[in-house]
Write a protein that binds this ligand. Structure first.
Ligand SMILES: [Zn+2]
Length: 303
């Protein structure tokens, strides 16, 4: 069965705390594993969360601040140590290429993994595959930063009762799905007659940024939005100065974009109690809110 879930590896911004490791998120999406922003300690957290290096198919770094990338050396070396056989694609802002090169070759190791660097030069589509379309948009941070959006194409869901009523079963089901039409007992049956529309699932990952158009474009209509909320509204001025979001802003984005499930993360080390983050976001957004904690799993809501 296909699994679509977010495995939270770390939730701290800038400095880790006793209970929160630097950022790190693995999105399991059927057979794919998108590893977003591995901060320090990601390799160890992967072990604790039951994520293996083999699970990673794509590395997506939003920007080259340490809390978003200091785990890259360990993760990349682990790909080779574990002899990961499939290619792993690595996305990061092109302006950070020197930093990424140093992270990739931070220490001596025997590189056998097939890591394919695909730096991001501009907004647009990064990859299209069975998983859907992965695209990136530039955010408004202090250095070049990209958010990510994953969109699965719309499809149709077969309705077993209607298939039965039309006398379609066995290999005919596959044939109907492939061709869109089938002839059974001299009757022509179309896929539309025995199925209903199934909108594709959507996911967005928005890290360090001020509010900007790209935040809304990335989050538009997604099932699951992972978004930074470094600060509470009381520190809104700090948020603007350091180019970050507050929990209230994250909640407003989720409400305006029709998000289904909101995951808040990337918390400043100044906060011990995270309950106010949920309360602040909930004033604007009445959907499901998850205040991320290290090592939790968040299922992508079903369509
Ligand atoms: Zn950060």
């Amino acid at each position: 069965m296909s699994v679509r879930e977010l495995v939270v590896l770390g939730t701290a911004s800038q400095a880790p705390t006793r209970t929160r490791k630097h950022n790190g998120y693995l999105l399991r999406w059927d057979g794919q594993g998108f590893l977003f922003d591995p901060g320090e300690g990601t390799q160890r957290q992967m072990v604790r969360a039951g994520v293996s290096a083999t699970d990673i198919t794509r590395l997506c770094v939003t920007h080259l601040h340490g809390d978003h990338c200091l785990g890259v050396p360990g993760v990349i070396q682990r790909l080779s140590l574990d002899r990961v056989a499939h290619p792993v694609h690595a996305h990061y802002p092109a302006s950070g290429a020197d930093y990424f090169a140093r992270l990739r070759h931070a220490s001596v190791f025997e590189e056998t993994a097939d890591l394919r660097e695909e730096p991001i030069h501009a907004d647009g589509v990064l990859a299209v595959g069975t998983f859907g379309t992965l695209s990136a948009r530039g955010l408004d941070h202090r250095i070049e930063t990209y958010g990510y959006r994953l969109v699965e194409p719309d499809s149709r869901r077969l309705i077993p009762e209607l298939l039965g009523a039309q006398g379609i079963s066995g290999p005919d089901v596959g044939r109907l799905q492939r061709d869109g039409v089938i002839v059974v007992q001299d009757r022509t049956v179309t896929l539309e007659q025995v199925s209903e529309p199934r909108p594709g699932q959507r996911f967005a990952f928005v890290m360090d940024t001020r509010l900007c158009d790209a935040v809304y474009a990335l989050a538009d209509g997604v099932d699951l939005l992972v978004i930074e909320s470094t600060y509470l509204e009381a520190e809104a001025e700090l948020a603007t100065t350091y180019a970050h979001l507050t929990a209230a802003q994250a909640g407003r984005v989720a409400a305006e974009c029709g998000v289904r499930k909101l995951v808040l993360s990337h918390f400043s080390q100044r906060y011990d109690d995270l309950r106010p983050f949920e309360q602040e976001a909930a004033k604007c957004f009445d959907g499901e809110i998850v205040v991320a904690e290290d090592l939790i799993r968040v299922p992508v809501p079903k369509r």
